[in-house]
Design a protein around this ligand. Structure first.
Ligand SMILES: [Fe+2]
Length: 184
């Protein structure tokens, strides 16, 4: 997806474009496939770790066992993107109605401002994905469907795209300097 697809919604207070975020998640996904980052799965809660963060973007690694999902949410004032490292994710997203798309291993998606979605692993195989947000995530709002219309239920101030699950900020990168030095 290109920023040109949503010219009115693609502007955020960041020099990074949606295309750049896709490139960032794709490059990080390649690092994950190369074994540079530890991956864990948790059947109770989605597992996530922040791989890097600076003033411009945060990059997260998230794992999904079967049927693990987010709820319908947005990313407040941040642009977002993801690349699937392994497995297959299904995205339910709002576009004047709830629509579905499948994001397979090696593919990605970008999220302009105002993008509302739910991501789920419908497959039996676990999935791994890399997500980036720019500027770094500060808040998320959650939604439900009310008579076929989107209704915001609540908002949370959070730097974490998985605010309801356990996260680790400092899982070391294999073969690299201690986290916090290498990830900046
Ligand atoms: Fe999201």
């Amino acid at each position: 997806m290109s920023i040109d697809t949503f010219p009115a919604l693609g502007t955020a207070p960041t020099p990074l474009t949606l295309d750049r975020l896709i490139e960032l998640t794709a490059a990080t996904a390649a690092d994950v496939r190369a074994g540079l980052h530890e991956i864990r799965f948790d059947a109770e809660n989605r597992w996530s770790v922040r791989l890097r963060g600076d003033a411009y973007a945060d990059v997260w690694l998230i794992t999904w066992t079967q049927d693990q999902s987010t709820a319908l949410h947005d990313h407040a004032g941040s642009l977002g993107a993801l690349t699937v490292v392994s497995g297959t994710l299904t995205e339910h997203y709002w576009a004047s109605g709830l629509r579905d798309r499948t994001i397979a291993n090696g593919h990605g998606a970008a999220f302009p401002l105002g993008h509302v979605h739910d991501v789920v692993n419908r497959a039996s195989e676990p999935a791994v994905s890399v997500h980036a947000y720019s500027p770094p995530l500060t808040a998320m709002s959650y939604y439900d469907l009310d008579g076929g219309r989107l209704r915001r239920t609540h908002s949370v101030l959070t730097h974490d795209p998985e605010p309801d699950v356990v996260t680790l900020d400092d899982v070391p990168t294999i073969g690299a300097a201690p986290a916090g030095e290498a990830s900046r």
